[in-house]
Design a protein around this ligand. Structure first.
Ligand code: HEC
Ligand code: HEC
Length: 291
């Protein structure tokens, strides 16, 4: 091979490998969905713990038929219909589709979801939890409701998320592992960092919306809304009992009730948890000093 041809060949190979690295479909198990009552019930609990209803609640229809407008710095996103309607919802989805969406932010056809869907938090969910959520969703009544398309600038195309996700892998930073073997604290960590996606509002982001996990839980402002600092230092005056009680009723140790977007989090998510799970969350947040 002459020199220029060799160079072109090398550049092409690098480009193809680069594209493959960015766009390759992740491998997930091709699980079939169980319609057993135990799985559906577990799924129902996890849908509450995951706060899905805060975004997917039907604005016109019943259940999780979507349509809520989610304002962001990058445009308005409309939460989709996640009832099993075949035309306007997720009818026909298999286990694999749920694993790809919840853990990797990928659509069934391999395209990319916008991070208005907090899949980077849900990515830490176990396969079994994702599949039980799927069992629950597929057991609901299908609701026919067409959700409007997202209102985002023309340059914000789905494929650009391939690059965004890779950048986020580098720039997001590592969370400090709790390093605890106490199952209660581990459960709290799972609820806070994955299912409960507390970081999505309480951790600051950089200018392109990537979470800065090295400043985890130090508070963040989105538009008009400010989510307070909830790391160890901020919670010094709270006991574990105070925190668990707050998650149940939204009342702080000083007797004041929380407002803003946190009201929906308390109503749809943390108040529906078992006492053990609320205590686990409290234990996790109160141990952050030793992290
Ligand atoms: C903060 C808001 C928010 C929360 C909380 C949320 N979602 Fe979503 N979800 C979205 C948005 C917005 C999209 C659409 C993203 C896109 O179009 O790229 C979406 C997409 C989806 C999809 C893909 C639907 C389709 O038609 O392709 C599924 C499935 C889904 N969410 C399930 C869930 C489940 C299950 C939960 C709870 C564990 C959840 N979501 C929590 C906002 C949210
Ligand atoms: C959708 C965004 C959102 C999510 C998700 C969220 N929060 Fe909040 N949170 C807020 C906002 C906004 C406030 C401030 C509300 C106000 O102004 O009264 C807040 C306030 C709080 C406070 C009160 C702090 C103080 O000092 O007054 C605590 C504690 C808290 N959140 C814990 C959590 C935990 C734990 C989770 C995860 C299970 C969570 N939040 C998830 C938005 C969110």
């Amino acid at each position: 091979m002459s020199k220029p041809i060799g160079l072109i060949f090398t550049v092409l190979v690098v480009l193809i490998l680069g594209c493959y690295w960015m766009f390759a479909m992740p491998t997930v198990q091709s699980a079939s969905l169980s319609m057993a009552e135990t799985n559906i019930e577990r799924g129902s609990y996890l849908v509450s713990a995951g706060g899905c209803i805060s975004c997917h609640e039907g604005v016109e229809g019943e259940g999780l038929s979507g349509g809520m407008a989610l304002e962001s710095d990058f445009g308005t996103f409309y939460a989709p219909n996640i009832t099993p309607d075949t035309q306007t919802g997720i009818g026909g989805w298999q286990g694999r589709d749920f694993l790809l969406a919840m853990q990797h932010g990928r659509t069934p056809s391999g395209s990319f979801y916008f991070p208005a869907f907090p899949y980077r938090s849900y990515a830490g969910m176990s396969d079994q939890d994702v599949l039980d959520i799927a069992s629950y969703l597929m057991a609901q009544e299908p609701v026919r409701f067409e959700v409007p398309g997202h209102d985002v600038p023309a340059w914000l195309m789905r494929w650009t998320l391939a690059g965004w996700n890779k950048l986020a892998d580098f720039l997001e930073g590592e969370v400090i592992s709790v390093g605890s073997t106490d199952p209660k604290i581990e459960r709290g960590e799972y609820l806070a960092r994955s299912l409960g996606h507390c970081s999505e509002c309480h951790t600051p982001r950089n200018s392109i919306g990537i979470l800065q996990l090295t400043k985890e839980f130090t508070g963040a402002t989105m538009g008009e809304s400010h989510a307070d600092e909830i790391d160890y230092a901020a919670l010094e005056g709270w006991s574990e009992e105070d925190f668990a009680f707050f998650l149940l009723l939204g009342m702080k140790p000083d007797g004041e009730f929380v407002g803003g977007e946190m009201e929906a989090v308390i109503e749809h998510n943390t108040s529906t948890l078992t006492d053990e799970d609320r205590q686990a969350l409290a234990a996790f947040f109160k141990t952050s000093k030793v992290r």
